[in-house]
Ligand binder design. Sequence first.
Ligand code: ADP
Ligand code: MG
Length: 697
Amino acid sequence: MASFFETRIEFLKGVGPQKAALLNKELNIYTYSELIQHYPFRYEDRTRFYKINEINAEMPFIQIKGRIKHLETVGAQRKKRLVAYFSDGEDEIELVWFKGINWVAKKLSTGIDYVVFGKASLFGRKLNMAHPEIEPLTTKNDQGGFLQPVYSTTEKLKNRFLDSRAISKLQRALMEIAHSRIRETLPPNLIAQYRLVSKKDALLNIHFPKNQELLQRAKFRLKFEELFFVQLRLLKLKVTRLEKFRGQIFDDTSKLTEFYHKHLPFDLTNAQKRVIKEIYRDMKSGKQMNRLLQGDVGSGKTIVAFICVLIAIANGGQAALMAPTEILANQHFQGLSEFAEKMGLKISLLTGSTKTKKRREIHEALEEGALNILVGTHALLEEKVKFKNLGLAIIDEQHRFGVAQRAKLWKKNEDFVPHVLVMTATPIPRTLAMTLYGDLDISVIDELPAGRKPIETVHRYDANRLKVFDFLRKQIGLGRQVYIVYPLIEESAKMDLKHLEDGYESISRAFSEFHLSIVHGKMKADAKEYEMERFVKGETQIMVATTVIEVGVNVPNASVMIIENAERFGLAQLHQLRGRVGRGADQSYCILMSDYKLSKEARIRIDTMVRTNNGFEIADVDLKLRGPGDITGTQQSGLLDLAIADLAKDGQILQLARDAAITLLNKDPELKLPEHTNIIQQINSMKKHEVNWSRVS
Ligand code: ADP
Ligand code: MG
């Protein structure tokens, strides 16, 4: 049964087939439901009329009413402007137009009353309003008492007279026929507990708010609901999974103890110990583990991963580690091999470039159970890769794998779903983690190994390059190595490459006494490897490179990172790059080079890097600057496609919504109680549409 809200938009009064087609195409609005959820993105204050003598330049947009006393064009040529001397009967303000002068002048006359809406600013010592909205006073616009919604629209829509005002009219027409049919979507006890307004009132007031308070309550209700359903769905998945999948009980810790006693190379940090405990508790619980392990670069995730591997192996399981790139897979392989050898375990690497013969050997050993650990890329997901008993799947994902790919690894064990540990090196703000990984438990390594000196970060302008070079010379003189990183992006690859090569030239001239390596994405793999190898061995002192070194290089002796054109890098990338230094015992430095001219955002990024080394703090700023979609790439945007809530700003509401969802599922895990029928309906309609979590139906 198609609901009223599924009615196609062309059937709404004032729309018709042509406008409908445009709304479909431009705003993706097909149905009543989708129109209702096209919420205003801001509001203009039409709650009252101001007296001209109350106005000052600090006020936002406001409205006044009165008459034009006199209208004239002043100035000449490019300074020409239209000035209307506007009076409310007591005081006067100048309304000014610099563009469309003739058209505006023709529209205005002196004998009638107007409503003017605009922002006052100081011009010399006089207040004026530039390019205000002005329309004749009518019984309708004379009333005030409302906030004017502003809807996003497009040029094409505007050309067909579907501007924000017109969309507001459509909303009005729709609300007239829809309001009485809007059903409540949340259970009564939640409404009471969080003092929410009804869905009916919320939708009415989001489109036609009479005042700020009603608007804020409407927003809160709709954001809460949207986030609540996202969380409820994720948590429900988790409940279902825990019921459906038993996990192998891994409680034998003999290998772990052996490793602790004989081979542990350093004391674990408290954070590492805590996280290992959390993981072990999952693995011996009889339930399948699904855990996210977050830890900043250098926080020591590798050894944690290896210890988990030991738990799986001691209990007769095998372990797999999947990484998003060959470089990363390689690095993990090397990291784990060191420990595996000491424990006499068999470990192999499987990537796209593994030769057929080797590949076959791996397949066999894996199926026989002779191979304990397999590290690799997507290649691990291939049909032919069969384990004897995959007990633990570790996924190093850095946002690159989706939920679906994670699930594929599960299928590698027919009897038991393996325990799953997802690792990320890019700290994710809590709000994002709760949403992207809301179905996982989360462990955080929030402490760096002792004795690390925080990296000192500074910002230097290109004009001070010589001083920077002097500093480099001194550092290299002390026996350290240096990275110099250039941006290289696809869109401007040619120019960037030239820039990098010029840079390399001038550096080799300036530092003729030292040896240089150069590495960039356009080089052949073996040439790259050769250059890297020389740097790793200390044969070269300076590594000139693009961001290919962002992941996968570990040279503890490298203690200076110079980032050229730092303004062109994103925060996450800057942080990753900086993580390449500070790996040894020496004081490390990161120098961000830029031109004098910086955009506001670039300045915030650079200042943030200079201010803090804390990846989570940086991630928060990044989220505020870029929004969740851009941070995570588009793959999982379905989850982040929120109609009204904003993960960068609504962290508190998200926490409330998640708590509410947890409480509700604890009480009624199957959502069987009669007061939860509307929730079931809501979830079912969400499933049909995948996005639009708080849709009207
Ligand atoms: P990441 O979390 O970035 O993967 P790694 O696991 O590569 O970090 O660890 C970074 C470096 O710190 C490695 O050289 C590792 O041996 C070292 N390390 C890890 N844990 C500790 C610790 N508890 N004490 C001292 N050094 C440690
Ligand atoms: Mg690592």
